[in-house]
Write a protein that binds this ligand. Structure first.
Ligand code: GCU
Length: 618
């Protein structure tokens, strides 16, 4: 092959590749506010445990072959009776999207592997517009094809991704095929072992968004760190005409400003503000914000609040606050499965509100964007986390890249949500030098992307007798002394014995207990020393709250957990039946006795802090 045709081929391949992978990187901000074609609905599916639709019998990937064809992504139809075709999406059953496959088809309840999804849709792309195919989340590894051509691959079961399909979208019928694989692997994030159900599939919204050729791809508009009198941020333009004038309007705050984006499409804003109504759980004020250029505009609802720590205090808008929280999994307990709709999400947050919470820990992975927007509206502060959970492959650079990418996407997606006050880099990760390096790098990466929020993790603790010692060196890198403790459950001892414990916490930082709790089977009653009874869980809460209240730096908690949830690690036939039963609500929505203990504690704490902040109970 002549030298220059070899080079042009090389350029072609690399640009193709860079276009394929790059398309995922620049997540478009607030994309669901664009004009969209929803692809939610029934998708045909093929179960493929041997990945027969992806690899040939020599385990060579079809989409890497010379022709780039041969796999199920071709979405072929038998054209003549003698043709051999061993799959047929049209006659294949369907699954609801968004939705995990486990809760929809009984034989898929414990299925881990590949399932192919196919959706046919009609489009009429317009000249001068751009089109993006967007996925809210696919668990875990997704290979995406449009009209038989590969768009790219995405890893991470809880973060959104999109592909630029402008020059791939056809007028008329299109076929999108997704290979979704939820196989657990040691080097992935999360790794093999977790305490939640490995729901697979296209679990969140799918749509095609339309933008002008030059469009507003990203923006951050928040209060400056530690300065409640200044709004600061950026607007990023993408497409042909990057260097344009950009206008930001916040009518209700009397703000209208125009700035010029530079040649890379970046425009910075810094605005002095006064008389802003700050966002807080008591009054979750969201302002209508519009950003516009000569040929594009986008509107959003944004709240403004400041969150800092001062010694052992957490200050929200300059006032001490106690984080009255609860931990939540992204699961609808009533119909066990990933939350499927805004209604499911609102139900979970309303249950937290009934507990008189002002804070939720969205464990242990990025929840649906809609969940965070609802928290913004409903007045619930949010702890957001990536699934760096238990024993990750700390020494594997690919694992770190994956974890950091999930963190970047989470921050990119939710950075304009006032509700989000904490970015968490992980949960219960065992001490080691490589873990320390991994987690420290994650923490500094978060700060490099967003310095306006707190950075934390569920730190490791250890015990000497009844002394609980919190001196995990990772704590130096973080803003909170936050940790999980399971007195009277995994630590043994009965609830009454909790009073013997005392805490030795190395850090002069706010203490947030990110988990405590115990299992109770709703409706199972007995004395308070009998495990699995509501009385045991109730006594555990009474004594835990007494014990924790003695910690002078205690400034918040997110007990484990709002509702019973499915876990493959919980097989006890009488008490668990594959449910973790530490919920304060059962999987049927019944409040357990411990619910009322925590609610009373939060009502009292709220009064105490109102007096602290406002000199009188509100
Ligand atoms: C752990 C973990 C949770 C788990 C809980 C439990 O600390 O962080 O994910 O579900 O404890 O064992 O119930």
């Amino acid at each position: 092959m002549k030298k220059n045709s070899y080079i042009s081929l090389l350029i072609l391949v690399t640009s193709l590749f860079s276009r394929i992978s790059a398309a995922q990187e620049n997540l478009i901000q607030n994309i669901s506010a664009r004009s969209i074609i929803s692809l939610n609905g029934r998708w045909n599916y093929i179960i493929d445990p041997y990945e027969n639709g992806y690899y040939d019998y020599r385990r060579e990937a079809f989409d890497q072959s010379k022709s780039g064809t041969g796999g199920y992504f071709d979405d072929k139809k038998q054209e003549d009776k003698s043709e051999l075709l061993e799959y047929d999406f049209d006659h294949s059953p369907t699954l609801a999207v968004p939705g995990d496959w486990n809760s929809q088809v009984e034989k898929l309840d414990l299925y881990e592997g590949t399932i192919w999804y196919r959706n046919k849709f009609t489009a009429s792309p317009k000249q001068g517009k751009r089109y993006f195919l967007y996925f809210g989340a696919v668990n875990y590894e997704a290979h995406v094809y449009l009209n038989g051509k590969k768009l790219g691959m995405h890893k991470g079961g809880f973060t959104p991704f999109q592909f630029d399909i402008t020059d791939r979208l056809k007028a008329g019928e299109n076929s999108v095929v997704v290979k979704a694989d939820n196989t657990r692997k040691k080097e992935e994030v999360p790794t093999i072992n977790t305490d939640w159900w490995n729901y697979g599939g296209i679990t969140r919204d799918v749509f095609i968004a339309e933008t002008p050729a030059s469009y507003i791809s990203d923006y951050q508009i928040q209060l400056s760190k530690g300065n409640m009198g200044q709004i600061e941020g950026f607007i990023q333009l993408s497409g042909a005409e990057k260097s344009q004038k950009v206008t930001v309007e916040i009518p209700a705050a009397g703000i209208k400003t125009t700035v010029k984006a530079d040649t890379s499409g970046r425009a910075l804003i810094k605005l002095a503000v006064n008389n802003l109504e700050y966002w807080s759980p008591e009054s979750p004020k969201l302002y209508d914000v519009t950003i516009s250029t000569s040929n594009d505009h986008i509107s959003d609802k944004i709240g403004f609040r400041s969150i800092v720590t001062k010694g052992k205090d957490i200050l929200l808008n300059g006032k001490p606050v106690f984080l009255r929280g609860i931990s939540i999994h992204d699961e609808n307990p009533l119909i066990a499965g990933r939350a499927r709709s805004e209604g499911d999400l609102r139900m979970l947050l309303s249950w937290a509100k009934e507990l008189n919470c002002n804070f939720v820990r969205l464990a242990h992975y990025p929840h649906n964007e809609e969940m965070v927007r609802l928290a913004d509206q409903m007045g619930l502060m949010v702890w957001a986390e990536v699934p760096v959970y238990w024993t990750i492959a700390w020494d594997n650079p690919e694992t770190y890249k994956n974890a950091e990418a999930q963190m970047s996407t989470l921050i990119t997606r939710d950075k304009n949500r006032a509700a989000v006050i904490v970015w968490s880099v992980g949960n219960e990760t065992p001490l080691s030098d490589s873990r320390y390096t991994f987690m420290s790098n994650m923490a500094s990466h978060v700060r490099s992307m967003d310095n306006t929020r707190l950075v934390a993790a569920a730190l490791e603790v250890h015990r000497k007798g009844f002394e609980v010692i919190v001196d995990d060196s990772l704590g130096e890198k973080l803003d909170l002394a936050s940790f999980n403790e399971y007195g009277a459950w995994y630590w043994g001892g009965t609830p009454k014995e909790l009073s013997k414990y005392h805490f030795n916490i190395k850090y002069n930082k706010p203490v947030v207990i990110t988990e405590f709790g115990g299992d109770a089977l709703a409706g199972f009653h007995g004395d308070e020393d009998t495990r699995w009874t509501e009385e045991y869980q109730e006594a555990l809460y009474v004594n835990q709250l007494n014990m924790l209240s003695k910690i002078d730096g205690l400034r918040g908690m997110t007990p484990w957990i709002l509702a019973d949830f499915k876990s493959p690690r919980r097989p006890h036939p009488l008490y668990q039946n594959f449910y973790n039963r530490k919920g304060l609500y059962s999987e049927t929505g019944k409040k357990k006795k411990a619910f009322f203990i925590l609610k009373k504690f939060y009502d009292d704490t709220e009064k105490k802090y109102n007096i602290k902040s406002y000199g009188a109970s509100k």
